[in-house]
Ligand binder design. Structure first.
Ligand code: PLP
Length: 386
C-alpha cells in the first residue's frame, strides 16, 4: 500500500467553480474576493485587521518591514522550527538569535527565552509547532519586563488551534499564517497577517504592496485615476483573488476537520504507547491542538534507517525538522558553541513525521501503524535501544 504524506481536501468541481467566479470578474488579483476572505478572517479570529498575503514568508517580511525591524536589530526564533521563521529575519537585514525549546512540548517558553534576551532584541517569534499553541499569556507576561520587545506569532501550523479558548492574534502584535500546499487550510501558496493594531495594519497594507499608498482597486475612483505615493519600502506580498477564492469553504469547515485530525492523532498515540524507544511531544491540557503534523521521535542512531524503511514500505514519512542552527547556511555563518540548543538538536536528530490528513482512510492509518511496529522494532533491537 502507498500512503502519501499529505492529500489536500479540495474537490476539483468546487475549486473549479470558485476559480471560475474570479475569472468572470475584471480583475484577477487582490480585489473583492480577497476583501471578503479578510472579513471572514477578522470574524474567525475576532480581530479588527486581517491582510491576505502570498505566503507566510512574504507576510512576515511585510510585517517586519512595517515594524521598522532591520539592520542593528535582533529577533529571537526557536531553533526547532521550519527555516522560514529564521530566514525572514535575515531577509530584512536583522540578526537571527536562536533560543532552545521546552524538552516536553518543543515550544518556546519564558524559561527557554530568558537566556538569550538582551537590549538589542526587538522581537520574538514563537512558533506554534505541529499545531500546539505556545503559552502566549505566559510569554506576554514575561516580556512585560522587556518593554521594547514585540511578540509576533508563527501560526503556519496553527490556524484552528486554541490555548485556553484563546486563538492566535490576541497576545501578540501580529500573527502570521501560511496557506502553503500541505498546511491545514491551503490554496497552494498563500498566507495572512492578523493584528489588533490599526496603525500596524495600515503599514502592512503598504509594505505588502511595494510601499504604495493605495492598492490597485483603490487607485480608480468612479473612473477617475488618482496618483499614488510611495511612503515606505515594501515588497510584493499580496494574494491573488484566484487563490483567495479557495479559502472560504475550508475556513468554514476547519473545526470539523480539526476533530478528524484529533481522532487520527489519538489513534496513533494509543497504538504507539507501549513502544519504549518511541516518544511523542507532550500535548498540553486545556487546548485545541491543530495537529498539523504527527511527529514521533526515535533514537538518533536509527532515525535515517527508520525513514528509509518506512519510505521503502510506501509510507510517506518526512522530517519536520532538523534544528535550524545545524543546517549549513546557519552553521557556517554563526559562531555557535558545540552543543548549542541541545533540546532542539536532539529532537531534530530523532524526529520523523507520519502521514496525517483528514481524508486518511482507516486502512491507510492501520497500515502506517503496522509498518512502524514491523520495520522499526528490529532497527531499535539491532541498535540496542529497544
Ligand atoms: C510552512 C511554514 C512556514 C512558511 O510558510 P510559507 O507560506 O511557505 O512561506 C513558516 N513557518 C513554519 C513553521 C512553517 O511550517
Amino acid at each position: 500500500m502507498q500512503v502519501p504524506f499529505f492529500r489536500h481536501g479540495l474537490s476539483p468541481e468546487v475549486a473549479a467553480a470558485q476559480v471560475r467566479a474570479v475569472v468572470e470578474t475584471p480583475f484577477l488579483t487582490s480585489g473583492p474576493v480577497g476583501k471578503q476572505v479578510e472579513a471572514q478572517l477578522r470574524e474567525f479570529f475576532a480581530v479588527d485587521h486581517a491582510l491576505l498575503t502570498s505566503s507566510w514568508t512574504n507576510g512576515m517580511v511585510a510585517t517586519l518591514l512595517a515594524l521598522g525591524i532591520g539592520p542593528g536589530d535582533q529577533v529571537v526564533v526557536p531553533a526547532m522550527t521550519f527555516i522560514a521563521t529564521a530566514n525572514v529575519v535575515r531577509l530584512v537585514g536583522a540578526e537571527v538569535i536562536f533560543a532552545d525549546v521546552d524538552p516536553l512540548t518543543l515550544l518556546l517558553t519564558p524559561a527557554t527565552l530568558a537566556p538569550v534576551l538582551n537590549p538589542r532584541v526587538k522581537a520574538v517569534i514563537p512558533v506554534h509547532l505541529y499545531g500546539q499553541m505556545c503559552d502566549m499569556p505566559a510569554l506576554a507576561a514575561f516580556l512585560k519586563d522587556w518593554p521594547g520587545v514585540l511578540l509576533l506569532e508563527d501560526c503556519a501550523h496553527c490556524f484552528e488551534g486554541r490555548y485556553r479558548n484563546t486563538p492566535p492574534g490576541i497576545h501578540s502584535s501580529a500573527a502570521v499564517f501560511s496557506f502553503y500546499a500541505t498546511k491545514n487550510v491551503t490554496c497552494g501558496e498563500g498566507g495572512a497577517v492578523i493584528t489588533r493594531d490599526a496603525a500596524l495594519a495600515e503599514r502592512v497594507a503598504q509594505t505588502r504592496l511595494h510601499g504604495m499608498s493605495a492598492g490597485a482597486a483603490d487607485r480608480f475612483n468612479q473612473g477617475q485615476y488618482r496618483h499614488w505615493d510611495m511612503v515606505r519600502l515594501g515588497t510584493k506580498a499580496n494574494l491573488p483573488d484566484l487563490l483567495a477564492a479557495l479559502l472560504p469553504e475550508q475556513i468554514r469547515h476547519v473545526e470539523t476537520q480539526r476533530q478528524v485530525r484529533q481522532r487520527l492523532a489519538e489513534t496513533y498515540r494509543d497504538a504507539f504507547a507501549h513502544l519504549s524507544w518511541l516518544r511523542l511531544p507532550r500535548w498540553q491540557p486545556e487546548q485545541n491542538h491543530a495537529h498539523h503534523l504527527f511527529p514521533i521521535h526515535v533514537p538518533g542512531v536509527m532515525r535515517d534507517a527508520a525513514l528509509t524503511a518506512l519510505n521503502g514500505a510506501g509510507v510517506g514519512a518526512t522530517v519536520n525538522y532538523r534544528a535550524v542552527h545545524t543546517l549549513s547556511h546557519y552553521r557556517d555563518t554563526m559562531n555557535l558553541a558545540a552543543g548549542a540548543f541541545p533540546v532542539s538538536h536532539s529532537w531534530g536528530e530523532g524526529t520523523l513525521s507520519l502521514p496525517l490528513f483528514p481524508s486518511m482512510r482507516e486502512e491507510e492509518q492501520d497500515y502506517v501503524i503496522q509498518q512502524v511496529k514491523l520495520k522499526l522494532t528490529p532497527l531499535a533491537q539491532e541498535r540496542g535501544v529497544a
